[in-house]
Design a protein around this ligand. Structure first.
Ligand SMILES: *[C@@H]1O[C@H](CO)[C@@H](O)[C@H](O)[C@H]1NC(C)=O
Ligand SMILES: *[C@@H]1O[C@H](CO)[C@@H](O)[C@H](O)[C@H]1NC(C)=O
Ligand SMILES: *[C@@H]1O[C@H](CO)[C@@H](O)[C@H](O)[C@H]1NC(C)=O
Ligand SMILES: *[C@@H]1O[C@H](CO)[C@@H](O)[C@H](O)[C@H]1NC(C)=O
Ligand SMILES: *[C@@H]1O[C@H](CO)[C@@H](O)[C@H](O)[C@H]1NC(C)=O
Ligand SMILES: *[C@@H]1O[C@H](CO)[C@@H](O)[C@H](O)[C@H]1NC(C)=O
Ligand SMILES: *[C@@H]1O[C@H](CO)[C@@H](O)[C@H](O)[C@H]1NC(C)=O
Ligand SMILES: *[C@@H]1O[C@H](CO)[C@@H](O)[C@H](O)[C@H]1NC(C)=O
Ligand SMILES: *[C@@H]1O[C@H](CO)[C@@H](O)[C@H](O)[C@H]1NC(C)=O
Length: 376
């Protein structure tokens, strides 16, 4: 199914190239303006009220959020946030469908993914104060997989990487653990089900991991979720309210896991969302996002709200630039700041001082190297 999706991306290449030419004419001068005006990555208010653009500018309290570049899109943000995304340091290797995690030393690890040729990749990089640096490779190539940090990473770091597709593009059940002290990956117990395009989320106990959805080795959507508990994988008896792959999941402060977006692998993306309650081990639906998003990311912010970033709406062939904010109290979404570039199958990580989003694909054949961040 995800192979079909990759073919589909190629089909839209021509449309997107023409769109890009138009977009570049608008974005390049604006980007130059932003870069000049953002000293040391600090969030700088930029007055763009007199900028000529077909897109709508949003001015709030004298600050601007972002300009809507029309990435095959027609959208504006009603955000009142006083921040916008800054272009940050680029990855060494453009990649999509990879995993990422914040390490205990404050560095961000990205692992594996798909390269321009759609081949799975084992290479990793870490984001340091001086930019992205190539790091040790995983034991094998994988894409459409997940990387999860365990709570013991405050003492001895362990980032696990599970499932994904192997060099043949087939879903696998293999899991491995990254041991920072030896800078190496070791094998862990296999999942019960081979999966790619799924989610894995550390629960509030600091050691249990919830794995949901995805696509199995026979190219079917997976209804069964499983838990990684003390080194074993246990299937759950309850299923998500929506069978999904290419979705995202994140642990909220109330102990529930928010699961949103994704798709069926056919040209359908979802805006729906649900939460997993670790006490009842059940899933219940919550408010839907405004935009359909497959291959999005969800990031828990210090405010306790969750930011949905990017993704692709395969139903309307657009890449939402508008991010959306989930409120766990009202269980609804509101529009938030806008990305500079549409991206799907990217990754986003919260550090102490900023949110970093990197890589992915925007429908062109080349994977994105670009990173964007905004300071908290
Ligand atoms: C916007 O720019 C145009 C052309 O430079 C100028 O004539 C106009 O007065 C400006 N508008 C405002 C509100 O500054
Ligand atoms: C932005 O520019 C417009 C037009 O030049 C002006 O009216 C407005 O006061 C400016 N806003 C800020 C915050 O500088
Ligand atoms: C963009 O959205 C506006 C407002 O919703 C609508 O009037 C307009 O027709 C849309 N344009 C395109 C090209 O879809
Ligand atoms: C990929 O995984 C499938 C299913 O587990 C397996 O049969 C195949 O040998 C693997 N191929 C490679 C190149 O690892
Ligand atoms: C780790 O697992 C892979 C298959 O996922 C296997 O090829 C390899 O031999 C294993 N390594 C060890 C040390 O068991
Ligand atoms: C960290 O915790 C995970 C999950 O409990 C466990 O599998 C792993 O072995 C632990 N790593 C270390 C180095 O203790
Ligand atoms: C995991 O193992 C530890 C140590 O044996 C135990 O205290 C804990 O309750 C176990 N966790 C679960 C979820 O069973
Ligand atoms: C999870 O379920 C338990 C048991 O029904 C309930 O007490 C708790 O409030 C639920 N958590 C949330 C965040 O809804
Ligand atoms: C899509 O990504 C390519 C790099 O792969 C970039 O050159 C292009 O500007 C991007 N297009 C949009 C609309 O962001």
């Amino acid at each position: 199914m995800y192979k079909d999706f990759l073919k589909k991306i190629k089909r839209y290449l021509c449309i997107i190239i023409f769109t890009n030419i138009a977009i570049l004419a608008i974005t390049v001068p604006l980007l130059v303006y932003f870069i000049i005006h953002s000293k040391n990555d600090e969030v700088t208010p930029v007055n763009i009220s007199n900028t000529t653009t077909t897109a709508e500018n949003q001015l709030t309290n004298g600050f601007t959020t972002k300009i809507s570049t029309t990435n095959n899109n027609n959208q504006t943000s009603t955000s009142t946030q006083l921040v916008f995304w800054n272009i940050d340091k680029s990855l060494n290797t453009g990649r999509s469908n990879f995993g990422s995690v914040l390490l205990a030393n404050g560095q961000v690890l990205v692992a594996g993914g798909l390269l321009n040729s759609n081949t799975d990749y084992s290479g990793t990089e870490v984001y340091t104060s001086t930019g992205w640096q190539v790091a040790t490779s995983m034991t094998g190539p994988r894409g459409f997989h997940t990387v999860t940090a365990f709570a013991n990473n405050t003492k001895v770091l362990a980032a696990g990487s599970a499932g994904g597709s192997n060099a043949s593009g087939i879903s696998i059940s293999a899991a491995e653990l990254y041991i920072p002290s030896s800078n190496s990956f070791i094998n862990a117990t296999n999942m019960n089900i081979a999966r790619c395009c799924f989610t894995s989320t550390l629960l509030s106990d600091g050691s249990t991991v919830l794995v949901t959805g995805g696509i199995n080795a026979a190219n079917s959507l997976i209804t069964i979720a499983e838990l990684y508990i003390n080194g074993s994988w246990i299937p759950l008896s309850s299923s998500m309210t929506q069978v999904r792959a290419y979705h995202a999941a994140v642990l909220s402060n109330d102990g529930t896991v928010l699961i949103a977006g994704g798709g069926s692998g056919t040209p359908n993306a979802y805006s729906s969302a649900e939460i997993y309650n670790a006490t009842t081990q059940n899933f219940i639906a919550v408010g839907s996002m405004q935009y359909r998003r497959g291959g999005l990311t969800l990031t828990l912010l210090p405010s306790g709200k969750v930011l949905a970033i990017g993704g692709a709406d395969w139903t309307s062939d657009t890449y939402p630039l508008v991010c959306e904010l989930y409120d766990p109290v009202t269980r609804t979404w509101s529009n938030a700041l806008m990305l500079n570039y549409g991206r799907s199958f990217h990754q986003s990580v919260l550090t102490n001082t900023f949110v970093l989003t990197m890589g992915g694909t925007n429908g062109t054949s080349n994977r994105l190297t670009s990173s964007e961040k905004y300071n908290l």
